[in-house]
Every structure is written in structure tokens, then in C-alpha cells.
Design a protein around this ligand. Structure first.
Ligand SMILES: [Zn+2]
Ligand SMILES: [Zn+2]
Length: 153
């Protein structure tokens, strides 16, 4: 098994969760994915390749557990299917997400770095930042459709 997957499985078992093949397949699905963000359906397709008897609700339940345990991030996409990512061990990324084709681009920019949160008397545990828009290709064909809503940013 992949070293990173191993570490995650060990951490889960220390917290009292069983090492199930499905759980392992889910974590490997993230690690082997070429896309940093996936919908639950996309992840499910990867999981059944290595663990064919898994059903979708098992994947979904495990995702909820991994979110609670701080291992996976969930991004709410409004009316569309939510996106999931495995949190990075070293540092983190933020994303630019295309509403036209679903393309996801990582950015090193982090607005949090410029924020003086301590003076607010608040201890941060986690933060999220995503920008939704149109990629270079989609801006050509979808611009008019989305321009009307732009003011709501
Ligand atoms: Zn696009
Ligand atoms: Zn950040």
C-alpha cells in the first residue's frame, strides 16, 4: 500500500475505526486520481475498480467520516455535485474552479496568510478558499450566460 494511505489508515485505526478494504480503496482512489477534486460519483468509479463489491452509499458514508476526521475536504458547489479532496500533508492548496467545464486549477495564493486572525481573538483550525469562474476556453462560449450574475460577486 502507498505510504500516505498507510499513514491515514493507521491514524484512523488509532481513533478506533476499522481498517476496511473499502476505506482503503477510497483513500487510494484520491491518491491515484489525476484530478485533485472529485465528485462522490467520480470517486466511486475509482473505488469499484479495486473493490468491486462496494456500493455507492458505503463510499458516501466513508466520505462523511473522513470529513469529520479532518482527512477530506468537501466543497459545496451550489446546485451541482459537491467536490471532495484529500487534504495535503505538506501545506495546502486553493482552487480555481471553472463553472463551464469543471476544470480545477491549483493556486498557491492563500488569502489566509495576510489575515491577522489572532487579533480577532479566534483560534483557526481550518479554512477554505475557492474561486468559481470560467477558464480560458469557456470564457469564449459561456461569457454572456454568466456575465449577468457577475455583479453578485
Ligand atoms: Zn472551462
Ligand atoms: Zn490557505
Amino acid at each position: 500500500m502507498d505510504k500516505r494511505a498507510c499513514n491515514i489508515m493507521d491514524m484512523l485505526s488509532e481513533r478506533g475505526y476499522k481498517k476496511t478494504p473499502q476505506r482503503e480503496a477510497i483513500i487510494m482512489g484520491f491518491i491515484n486520481s489525476e484530478k485533485p477534486l472529485m465528485t462522490a460519483r467520480e470517486l466511486y468509479k475509482k473505488v469499484i475498480k479495486s473493490s468491486p463489491n462496494t456500493n455507492f452509499s458505503t463510499v458516501y458514508r466513508n466520505l462523511e467520516l473522513l470529513i469529520r476526521e479532518g482527512i477530506v475536504n468537501k466543497m459545496d458547489m451550489g446546485g451541482e455535485a459537491s467536490l471532495y479532496e484529500l487534504k495535503d500533508e505538506e501545506g495546502h492548496h486553493h482552487y480555481l474552479i471553472c463553472k463551464g467545464c469543471g476544470m480545477v486549477k491549483e493556486t498557491d495564493y492563500c488569502p489566509f496568510k495576510n489575515m491577522d486572525i489572532e487579533s480577532e481573538g479566534f483560534m483557526p483550525l481550518d479554512h477554505r478558499f475557492e474561486v468559481y469562474g470560467l477558464c480560458r476556453d469557456c470564457v469564449k462560449c459561456h461569457k454572456d450566460k454568466y456575465m449577468a450574475n457577475r455583479g453578485k460577486l
